[in-house]
Design a protein around this ligand. Structure first.
Ligand code: ATP
Ligand code: MG
Length: 572
C-alpha cells in the first residue's frame, strides 16, 4: 500500500494537490514536445447507477488535471447499452460531480450523440476490408476465441466480400434480423496473443429503444468501438481509465488507426481505488439498494457520493484523500482509516465544538440549588476562540452524562466517574459520585453527586489532580435528538473478493445504530439540516436531511482520534 501513499506515511500530512505522478509526467512531456498545446480529458460514467468513491478518484484525476493545466474535462455519459440508462442516474451523476466542485462548462455529451458518426466509421472499416458481418451465435464466437495458450479459429464468415458485408450491415441497421442473428466484427487476428484483439465484436443487434435516440437504432456499438472514437470526436488528448482496460489499449489504437481518424487520443491506465470494507461496484451497490440491505443510494453507509454527502463527508475531505493516495499503476487496498483521517483533518479547523450526550444517564447534584441555572461561557472553537465565537452553557442541578462515562465497579485506569471518585464536568464544576439509584432490574437510573462550589469553571481550587473530564448537558436546558452511528458496511476487509462467499453474507449486521434518547446542548435548538459539529469526545456529526425544526437528527460522520489527549489539553 505504501506505494500509493504520497508522502503521508500516517495519512496526516497534507500533500500538495500538485504532487506529481506518472500521468502528469506524460502530459508535461506532451506539452514540452509540442505534441499538444492544451489538455482535454473526459470522465465517462455509464449511467447505470450512482457514482461511488472509486469514481471520485477518477473524477479528481480527470477534472483535477484539466483544472491544473488550464484545459477542459468533458462529462460524457457512456450510454451504449440501450434500456439500462435512467434519467435518475444521469441527474445524480451531474449533481455528484458538481458537488465535488468540478465544472464541465458546456462540455456534457453522451456517446449516443455520436451514433450516426460511429455508424459511418463502421461502414468505413467494412469498405477497407477491416470488418465483417458474422452470423455465428454468441456462444460460437466465444468458443472460437481460443484461450491464453491456444489461438482462436477463424469464423466461417470471415472472408465475406466487402459488398456482402456492407449489404448485411445495412440490413442489420434496417432491422431485418432479430437480436443475436448477426454481429459486426473487426478483422484483426484470431491468433493474436491478446485475446481482446481476436476479431472483437463492434456492433450487435438489439431491438430496444434507447433513452436518447428512441427507436432510431436497432444496432448498437460496443464499448471498445465507441469509446476511442468518442474520445477522438471530442478531441480528447489524454484518455484516463482504470487498469482493467490495459489489454484493450491495442484495440483502442487499432480502431483509431484503421478508421483513419486524425485525432488520436492516448489511453493511459491507472490503478482503481479499492477501499477496505467497501464495495465499489455499481452492480453490487444496486443489489444492496434493490434488496433493501441499505436505505437507498444515499444511505450514509453507502460508498456512493450521494451517501457520503448525506453522511457529512465533505468534498474537500474526499479530494484530500484522493491527493493522499495518489495515482499509480500498483493495485492495492487502501485502509479506510486513511479516508477517515482525511475527513478529520478537513473538519478539524472548520467545525464548532459542542456537547452532546449519546446515551444519557441522569446525574443529580444533591448539594446544588434546586432552581439555579448558571451559565458558563464556552468558545465554539477552543483552539482559536475568536474564530467561531462562543455560547453560554446552561448548568442545572440535574444533568445528563454518557452512560459509558460511569462504571459502578471501575476497571483499572478508568478515570471517568465511579462511586467515591471525582471528575470535572467540562467548563463547569468538579463533582464527586456519592451513590447510585437502581431500578428493580438492577439498572442504574440515577447517579447522585456532590459538587465543589469552589471549582467553578472546572478548576480545582487547591490544585488537586482531577484526571477525568466529562461532557454533559443540562437535563432541562438541552434538546432531545436522534443520533445515528455508523460502522463499516462490511465486516471484512476485502468484501466480494472470495468467490465462495456471497458478499451479502459479509455485511456488517451492526453497521447502523440509532440512538433515540440522545441530547445536545441548548445552543443547537432549531438547528437545520446540513450543519457540522464536533461533539466533544464523541466525534464529528452532521445534521441529516431527516432533521425537523423540533427534532434534529445527527449522523456521526467519523469518530475522534486521540480523544483523551484533546480533552486534557482543552481542560487546561
Ligand atoms: P462499476 O464497476 O462500479 O460499474 P465502472 O468502471 O463500470 O464501475 P463506469 O461508469 O464505467 O463504471 O466508470 C466511469 C469511470 O470511472 C471509468 O473511467 C472508470 O475507470 C472509473 N472508475 C470506476 N471505478 C473506479 C475505481 N474503483 N477507482 C478508480 N476509478 C474508477
Ligand atoms: Mg463500466
Amino acid at each position: 500500500m505504501s506505494e500509493e501513499i504520497n508522502n503521508a506515511p500516517n495519512g496526516t500530512e497534507s500533500v500538495s494537490p500538485h504532487a506529481t505522478n506518472f500521468i502528469r509526467n506524460i502530459i508535461d512531456e506532451d506539452l514540452a514536445s509540442g505534441k499538444h498545446t492544451t489538455v482535454v480529458t473526459r470522465f465517462p460514467p455509464e449511467p447505470n447507477g450512482y457514482l461511488h468513491v472509486g469514481h471520485a478518484k477518477a473524477i479528481c484525476l480527470d477534472f483535477g488535471l484539466a483544472q491544473d493545466y488550464k484545459g477542459t474535462c468533458h462529462l460524457r455519459m457512456d450510454d451504449t447499452n440501450p434500456g439500462k440508462e435512467e434519467t435518475e442516474y444521469i441527474n445524480a451523476i451531474k449533481e455528484d460531480v458538481k458537488w465535488l466542485g468540478f465544472d464541465w462548462g458546456e462540455k456534457v455529451y453522451s456517446a449516443s450523440d455520436y451514433f450516426d458518426k460511429l455508424y459511418e466509421y463502421a461502414e468505413r472499416l467494412i469498405m477497407k476490408g477491416d470488418a465483417y458481418v458474422d452470423d455465428s451465435s454468441a456462444e460460437e464466437i466465444r468458443l472460437s476465441r481460443g484461450t491464453l495458450n491456444e489461438p482462436g479459429k477463424n469464423s466461417p464468415y470471415r472472408d465475406r466480400s466487402i459488398e456482402e458485408n456492407l449489404d448485411l450491415f445495412r440490413r442489420m441497421k434496417a432491422g431485418e434480423f432479430p437480436d443475436g442473428a448477426k454481429v459486426l466484427r473487426a478483422k484483426i487476428d484470431m491468433a493474436d496473443p491478446n485475446i481482446v484483439m481476436r476479431d472483437p465484436t463492434l456492433y450487435r443487434i438489439r431491438h430496444q429503444s434507447h433513452p436518447h435516440t428512441g427507436d432510431k437504432w436497432c444496432i448498437y456499438p460496443m464499448y471498445d468501438f465507441t469509446h476511442c472514437l468518442s474520445d477522438s470526436i471530442e478531441g480528447i488528448t489524454h484518455s484516463l481509465c482504470t487498469l482493467e482496460f490495459e489489454n484493450n489499449r491495442p484495440l483502442y489504437d487499432w480502431v483509431l488507426e484503421h478508421v483513419g481518424v486524425e485525432c488520436r487520443p492516448r489511453q493511459i491506465e491507472f490503478s482503481r481505488l479499492n477501499l477496505e470494507s467497501v464495495i465499489v461496484s455499481k452492480r453490487k451497490l444496486l443489489q444492496l439498494v434493490k434488496e433493501h440491505y441499505v436505505n437507498g443510494w444515499d444511505d450514509p453507509r453507502m460508498p456512493t457520493i450521494a451517501g457520503m454527502r448525506r453522511r457529512g463527508y465533505t468534498p474537500e475531505a474526499i479530494k484530500l484523500f484522493c491527493d493522499r493516495i495518489g495515482i499509480s499503476k500498483a493495485e492495492s487496498w487502501i485502509s479506510y482509516s486513511i479516508f477517515e483521517q482525511a475527513v478529520r483533518d478537513d473538519l478539524n479547523t472548520k467545525v464548532p465544538r459542542v456537547m452532546g450526550v449519546l446515551r444519557p444517564l441522569k446525574l443529580v447534584i444533591d448539594n446544588y440549588p434546586e432552581d439555579l441555572t448558571e451559565e458558563f461561557e464556552a468558545p465554539f472553537f477552543p483552539d482559536d476562540p475568536p474564530k467561531m465565537g462562543h455560547r453560554m452553557l446552561k448548568f442545572t442541578k440535574e444533568i445528563y452524562i454518557d452512560r459509558d462515562d460511569f462504571m459502578e465497579n471501575p476497571v483499572p485506569k478508568f478515570f471517568r466517574l465511579s462511586p467515591g471518585k471525582e471528575v470535572r464536568l467540562r467548563r463547569a464544576y468538579i463533582i464527586k459520585c456519592e451513590y447510585v439509584v437502581k431500578d428493580e432490574h438492577g439498572n442504574i437510573t440515577e447517579v447522585h453527586c456532590s459538587y465543589d462550589p469552589a471549582s467553578k469553571g472546572g478548576n480545582a481550587p487547591d490544585g488537586r489532580k482531577i484526571k477525568g473530564t466529562l461532557h454533559w448537558v443540562s437535563a432541562k436546558e438541552s434538546v432531545p435528538c436522534e443520533v445515528r452511528l455508523y460502522d463499516r458496511l462490511f465486516a471484512v476487509d476485502h468484501p466480494a473478493t472470495n468467490p465462495d462467499v456471497n458478499f451479502i453474507d459479509e455485511l456488517n449486521p451492526n453497521s447502523l445504530e440509532v440512538l433515540t434518547e440522545a441530547r445536545v446542548e441548548k445552543s443547537l435548538e432549531g438547528v437545520e439540516a446540513g450543519k457540522w459539529f464536533q461533539f466533544e469526545r464523541t466525534g464529528y456529526f452532521y445534521t441529516d436531511k431527516d432533521t425537523t425544526p423540533e427534532r434534529p437528527v445527527f449522523n456521526r460522520v467519523v469518530t475522534l482520534k486521540d480523544t483523551w489527549a484533546k480533552i486534557m489539553q482543552g481542560a487546561k
